[in-house]
Design a protein. Sequence first.
Lengths: 445, 77
Amino acid sequence: MKTPRIFKVSEITSSIRSILETHYPFIQVSGEISNLRKPRSGHLYFTLKDDKAQIKAVLFVMQQRYLNQALRDGQQVICSGRISVYEPRGDYQLIVDGVNFHGAGLLQKAFEQLKNILDAEGLFDPGHKKALPPMPQHLTLVTSPNGAAVHDFIKIAQKRFPGCSISVYPVSVQGETAADEIVQAIEAINDHIDTELIVLCRGGGSLEDLQAFNEERTARAIYNSQLPVVNAVGHEIDFTIADFAADLRAPTPSSAAELILPDAAELKTRLSHLQKRMYHALNANLNQRAAKLALYRKIMEDSRRPLESLLIKLDYKTEKIERAMSEIIRNNQSRLERFVVLLEQHDPRKNLAGKREKISALQHRIIMAERNNLERHKKRLSNVTGLLNTVSPLATLARGYAIVKNEQTGNIIRESNEVQIGDEVEILLHKGSLNCEVTRTKPTR
Amino acid sequence: MAKKNFETSLQKLEQITDELEEGELSLEESLKKFQEGINLVNFCNSKLDEARTKVDLLIQQNDSLSTVPFNEEKNEH
């Protein structure tokens, strides 16, 4: 009977190695990088994994120059290379020749898709982001109470602003139930806790580890929260869907504490500055008042003496003016009274009746006088007319007498010597006249 | 009246300082404001001087949340 062959460890390992190397001389493996480390040798060791399995991988230092970007944990990559066995440890591993970063893994693809959908829906809208309280008095951490993240956050918070109290809402931050726990925590805090701010807190990890923060319901719970939500998940470069939905994304838990809380040292400086300003303002105010007071006091003292004499002078003048005024008033009053008496004496109304009587008497007398005059003249006229009739030369002439007048002088000639021979005379007859020349004169005997 | 907290106290303090600097207050008002300002400075300083951040752990009990003091050391692995 043939006894089965007994292999030495090195024999079987060598055999496995040759089988694997022969069977997988060149393969491409897609997965996520984790447990990346680089010992002094410079070779890169990491684990390539998906959600069910993992494989060790090494990228030797001379191959690394073909890399177009650095490897990091959580990256979805496609590694090309061969399978070999490291015999001293009995580990089979992927000897990587090249790394393709663009052949994004399924998780990465799902991440991008969800991100685009939620973005289109407006969940990342900057207009929806809530302002953070500038100096929160109380905030609530949603985190694992056991991780380094919570410790980092509290350490920085303590250093910066101890006035802010912190509540820790314990949740799982990875694993099956993590997303549900986080969603429930956000809702419960909004409903029941008197706090100003929610901080989702977790250290870095692979894309799988951070899956709870890439879930759609987590993003929606953040979007729907009435309280501002800060997402502080991962290391510097890990972005999650929650980062986009949150009101503030902090690259790490420590930096979240720095972003959220004011710096007590700065505030102390500000307080002491304000205090100095207050002292200064009050002092300035007091000094200004003291100076004003001193000035007024000086003015009062300077002006006391002249003021007194001025007051007396004023009194004196006032009295004098008053006296003068009443004197003038009195004088004018008596003058006025005198004038009133005079005026009353000369009141024309008083004489008016007498004058009227006088006028009417005179009128009467004038009328009577005129009438008498008229009578008298009438009488005289008739007398004269009679007389005239008796003496009228015309009557004499009618009786045959004539009147002789010097024609040159017009004189009536009563004697013959009143004319010379040759003189012309006019002889007035009873009817008509004669012009004659004197031819002879005969004096009276 | 809003509850007295650091932020509102600091704002009030800044306002008082501005008013004092404007110098239009009466002497009595100035002194009153100054006293109020000093009280606010003391309050803010005392807030900043609080020795330790108060940290609670929220615990779900039946349907309500209650708090216990959070002890980092004890919770650490």
